[in-house]
Design a protein around this ligand. Sequence first.
Ligand code: PMP
Length: 343
Amino acid sequence: MTNFDRNKILDSVLDHIGGTPAVRVNNIPKSEGVVCEIVAKCEFFNAGGSVKDRIGKRMILEAEKAGIIKKGDTVIEPTSGNTGIGLALTAAVKGYKAVITLPEKMSQEKVDVLKGLGAEIIRTPTEAAWDSPESHIGVAKRLNAEIKNSWIPDQYANVNNPLAHYEGTAAEIWSQCDGKIDMFVATTGTGGTIAGIAKFLKEKNPNIIIVGVDPNGSILALPESLNPEGIHSYQVEGIGYDFIPKVLDRSNIDRWIKTDDKESFIMARRMIREEGLLCGGSCGAAMVGALKAAKSLKAGQRCVVLLADSIRNYMTKHLNDDWMAANGFSDEATRKVNEDKKL
Ligand code: PMP
């Protein structure tokens, strides 16, 4: 939980990480025939714009406390961008150097924010297998060996990844809902978010249904029969993997839902257009999963869905009509709402 007062002066912008709002999603569930309440945990309001600010801050502060790093050292991390932004933001405030290895697929907006925060960026081929020397993970390992006084936080295995969500995000959700929550839905990348939150919520109430969302092309979902397409590329950023990260404890996840690019981007645009929630592409996937899973809930029950990042990361991607058309993601639903509202 946050232990500072948002209405007073904060010591640094790092105090604006955590304590994000939980906002009722009003229009989309109604038009999709979902009768339960849907609440969005809006992680895009964190200082750096995503849920991963929480782990960027926590991994550095805990390493500092443990004497693993000291001011002036170099933090190196392979990431889809948001963990990099969280780390680079913390590094900028606390006086560390940041080197981020980032697959080519990730947006220019993320690169520009990382550069603005002073990070050095190395792009790696999106198609490289995670354990190959050219992958973002392989390159980070090589740089770690080459750069003196460097350290890899390793979000895939660092306990402070799920712990940031067990102690922070989940406790906030529990308190914001006054303990009344029937279902929780989140997308999975490293899995730290869902694993930490699921552990906390199941300890409070084992009947809460935990739903993981995994894109087609990734193999995180269980049972394995849900992943018949195997490993292939897709456009939604920050979710899915070609290996099972150590921090992704799948034992508390009751159900998995697979999503594809087109439905995710269209839903992300609807979240903006119909709810005013300026969230990113994985949030569209999360909402698609939430709407499917929450069909099993009754009126009066509550489903919380986590929105991981902000549209700021995708201004030239799915926010842009030409990009949507060029990628074959035509957007009938948003067009219809716009037309209806004109009448
Ligand atoms: N959505 C986005 C946009 C992300 O950047 C990430 C982190 N890679 C996630 C979802 C998933 O978070 P986690 O790594 O905690 O599973």
